[in-house]
Design a protein around this ligand. Structure first.
Ligand code: 5GP
Length: 177
């Protein structure tokens, strides 16, 4: 399988640092930020992003949700979103300043469902940080608040947390296959 590098580790580091600074400056001082990692794809992005959010009390949380089902080799978007795991009790969502950290916003169904979940459970504010955005694939009204890189069209992306059938997550660059 051939792959083409889209972003190097150096480019990713610099964009993620900038995003972290923007998030820190848009967040209220003294107010804890509940940073919610959408596993597994966002894990590396999350780890780098939260370390860059200086001077804020950042709390960790993890959720697993997916709107995807397998269709042969490639993953395609399914219609429904399953919340498979949520590390935080609902009582801790009430009044929280939530930052959802996602690998890719494609149709937007996953992040729209997660946003609803946190809003319905009383979060004061819900923002979305996405490593990658594929706006041409959108099937919802979702616009992420922070995007590291915008991807044109609908190429399949791997690396820096993103997989193809669970492979390639540990690549330190972002590639198109
Ligand atoms: P959405 O609900 O926005 O359609 O789906 C977003 C999810 O689809 C992402 O979190 C990711 O898991 C998966 N996804 C969408 N496009 C790609 C892609 O190009 N590469 C990989 N590895 N996953 C993708």
């Amino acid at each position: 399988m051939s792959r083409r590098k889209l972003y190097s580790r150096r480019e990713i580091t610099s964009r993620v640092r900038q995003l972290a600074k923007d998030i820190a400056s848009d967040s209220e001082k003294g107010e804890p930020l509940l940073a919610v990692c959408v596993i597994k794809g966002a894990v590396l992005f999350y780890a780098d992003l939260v370390r860059g959010i200086k001077g804020r009390d950042v709390r960790f949380a993890f959720v697993s949700a997916s709107s995807y089902k397998t269709d042969g080799e490639r993953m395609v978007s399914g219609g429904t979103v399953d919340m498979k795991y949520c590390s935080i009790p609902v009582e801790e969502i009430k009044g929280a300043d939530v930052l959802l950290v996602e690998d890719i916003v494609d149709t937007g169904r996953t992040i729209a469902a997660l946003k609803n979940y946190f809003r319905e459970n009383g979060a004061k504010r819900v923002r979305v940080a996405a490593l990658l955005d594929k706006p041409e694939c959108r099937k919802t009204e979702i616009v992420p608040d922070y995007v590291a890189f915008t991807i044109e069209g609908n190429p399949y992306i791997i690396g820096y947390g993103l997989d193809n059938a669970q492979q390639f997550r540990n690549l330190d660059g972002i590639f198109e296959i």
